[in-house]
Design a protein around this ligand. Structure first.
Ligand code: HEM
Length: 200
């Protein structure tokens, strides 16, 4: 009851999400421009956008169970904007890889996608996120009818692929990717009833 009373209006929550998603990026590229990102700025930028995309994706997935627990349906309205920022961060992540790591060498980029399995997995996740972002546009969503929900269930597959991509990309220090995998499995557990319905 208390949460319901003090929950901010949707426009305010969305404004907060815009600021909390965009300001860190402005700061990141500002620091990169002035060469203040430490010894390996390319790694830092790829890391920041990758982790940012993953955090936002997981946040978008936890909103539905959270809305149920808190009895706060308004939270559902925030899924779209958070999901779109997850896509935006993911896009910047691969653009950073394309521009700074392989330096516009498109044939090397394509080779990387096919030769390095963790990048193949990351690319597959990005393709799914792209489809989800495009179909979140109002009139496309309406045209898709019930197929829209079916397609958007792929968010879980994208989440699984991204945590695998993260785990696979690290050479040592597995604690962080393992914690993300554990959290993702917890999210799947929270939606177990939904998955049971799929199987039936
Ligand atoms: C073609 C697609 C992608 C490419 C080429 C790519 C490339 C990379 C690279 C080079 C790294 C750093 C590995 C290292 O430190 O050596 C990385 C890490 C990571 N990526 Fe991606 N990625 C792709 C897609 C994605 C997507 C779609 C997401 C999220 C939505 C994502 C999330 C992450 C995360 C969370 C990490 C770990 C961050 C770190 O510790 O550095 N990646 N990726």
């Amino acid at each position: 009851m208390l949460i319901k009373k003090y929950f901010p209006p949707t426009w305010l929550a969305k404004t907060f999400i815009h600021l909390a998603s965009l300001l860190p990026l402005v700061n990141l590229y500002w620091l990169a421009y002035f060469d203040e990102l430490g010894g390996d700025p390319v790694k830092e930028v790829i890391h920041f956008t990758g982790i940012g995309a993953l955090n936002l994706l997981l946040l978008s997935l936890i909103l539905t169970p959270l809305a149920k627990v808190l009895k706060q349906g308004k939270l559902i309205q925030l899924r779209r904007v958070i999901g779109l920022y997850a896509f935006f961060y993911g896009l910047l992540h691969i653009l950073n890889f394309l521009f700074f790591e392989v330096q516009f060498d498109f044939s090397l980029f394509i080779d990387e996608i096919f030769d390095r399995p963790y990048i193949t997995v990351g690319m597959t996740a990005l393709l799914i996120l792209t489809a989800l972002a495009v179909t979140s546009i109002g009139f496309i969503r309406r045209k898709m009818g019930r197929n829209w929900q079916k397609l958007h269930n792929l968010t879980y597959l994208a989440g699984a692929l991204v945590v695998i991509h993260f785990f696979w990309s690290v050479k040592s220090e597995l604690t962080s990717p393992l914690m993300y995998i554990a959290f993702f499995l917890f999210l799947l557990y929270l939606r177990k009833d939904k998955f049971r319905r799929w199987i039936k």
